[in-house]
Design a protein around this ligand. Structure first.
Ligand code: FRU
Length: 424
């Protein structure tokens, strides 16, 4: 077999492994890696729409950027249906949980703006109906390209298939608010290849999504992270010594964890504009550990590459577990080797008393972590819940070497700019 060095002269890397031994170190409810309890009396951004994945406008270096003093976020968004007969239960009451759980099938990109980095005002839908080629507009990244206000929105066009695409538009400001113009022509970039990244034909539960383009602070080239699964027919993956890692006696049994095959993918642009991409082998794989490493993103700090990705309890393999939340890995160079932060990889998880309180954490270079509220229990037994679909309180975190520490909590949806660009 050819090594990746022979196949990819410019990127001689082997994927780093998140092993079962690493995951055995996950400790739920460690206060340094646990999100403070979200109260059930949270405010909602909107009574008309649910929002979940939040994508702050940023530059290619990762800095959250405001324009003419306006902060801008993009969100995955779906209408709420409190009066739709389809979402009434037997007693005629609105079944908000069912409405919320169905949201992925009708996800659309919306944008919001604010003068204060919180209390977001709804701007509207980014692309008009019919512009996006698929039913679902799934997560991605809005990039402010220049001081003319040009924005490249990278996102995932899902159903049918899953294609990483981009659409270019422009942000326009007035003293009263922000609008997004253009965003009329969606350009497909690439899809899973079946050789490095699993395809739908290989596994009906495949994941291929969540583009996060960036400029490498060292080589200056344009790359993109994304979520994938390791190529191969479902059930054919091997959980061997490397994937198991150094486990104590009695922990060798991997159960059915061959079905868990998440990876963090990477692609390199062949052109300066990011219209032509080449997929490279994954940066990180989690075979035998977890089936989803979603919304991967970087923080570049102290000359290191901090790779963050979100994951769930339900996507862990047999014999390993951890909370819903954000996990992290660190390396001295882009292609690794990556080691799990805090020993285990867990960076910020939900408390076990409120396992679904938040999700889709996004770590910003200033150490602030935004996420959305999923559901919060309203009684002691946890049988009654309140559905969120809104911004969670922002958490402040310190990143030091191979460790992270929760140090602060801020207001709901607090996403302050790190840079302001004055548009010409
Ligand atoms: C994370 C996520 C993303 C995906 C979107 C779909 O919350 O699962 O990976 O793009 O939500 O709604």
């Amino acid at each position: 077999m050819k090594t990746t060095t022979e196949k990819f002269g410019a990127t001689p890397h082997q994927p780093s492994l998140w092993t079962r031994a690493d995951a055995l170190k996950v400790r739920a409810d460690d206060p340094t890696t646990t999100q403070p309890l979200v109260r059930a009396d949270f405010p909602v951004l909107s009574n008309d729409v649910f929002i979940w994945d939040t994508m702050p406008l940023r530059d290619l270096d990762g800095n959250v950027t405001s324009v003419d003093g306006w902060s801008v976020i993009f969100t995955l968004t779906a209408d709420r249906h409190p009066n739709d007969p389809q979402y009434l239960d037997e007693d005629g009451n609105y079944d908000i949980l069912r409405d919320w759980n169905d949201r992925h099938g009708r996800a659309k990109m919306y944008y919001w703006f604010s003068r204060t980095g919180k209390n977001w005002e709804l701007g509207g839908r980014v692309m008009a109906e019919g512009v996006s080629p698929t039913a679902r507009e799934w997560a991605g990244t809005p990039i402010l390209l220049n001081d003319r206000g040009e924005v490249d929105l990278y996102y995932t066009a899902v159903t049918p298939g899953a294609t990483i695409v981009k659409v270019r538009g422009r942000v326009v400001t007035t003293e009263h608010g922000v609008s997004m113009v253009g965003f009329e022509k969606v350009k497909p970039l690439f899809e899973a290849d079946g050789k490095m990244y699993q395809t739908e034909a290989q596994n009906a539960f495949w994941g291929f999504r969540d583009p996060w383009p960036f400029r490498d602070p060292n080589d200056g080239k344009l790359y993109m992270l994304f979520e994938g699964n390791v190529a191969g027919e479902r059930g054919s993956h091997k959980v061997g010594e490397a994937e198991i890692g150094d486990v104590p006696p009695g922990y060798e049994d991997v159960g059915n964890s061959r079905f868990q095959t998440a990876c963090v993918g990477i692609a390199v642009a062949r052109d300066a504009d990011g219209d032509d991409w080449e997929m490279l082998p994954p940066l990180l794989t989690a075979v035998g550990v977890n089936d989803q490493t979603e919304r991967p993103h970087f923080v570049f700090q102290d000359g290191k590459y901090y790779l963050f990705t979100i994951s769930h309890t339900f996507t862990y393999g047999d014999g390993v577990t951890g909370p819903d939340g954000v996990y992290g890995f660190v390396a001295d160079s882009l292609f690794g080797p990556y080691v799990p932060l805090n020993g285990s990889g867990l960076v910020l998880g939900n408390p076990s008393s409120q396992p679904f309180q938040t999700y889709s954490h996004y770590v910003m270079p200033n150490g602030l972590v935004t996420s959305f509220i999923d559901s919060v229990p309203t009684d002691a037994t946890g049988t009654q819940i309140r559905v969120g679909g809104t911004e969670a309180p922002t958490v402040g975190m310190k990143i030091k070497g191979q460790q992270t520490f929760v140090v602060a909590e801020y207001d709901y949806g607090y996403i302050p700019p790190m840079l302001d660009v004055t548009l010409k």
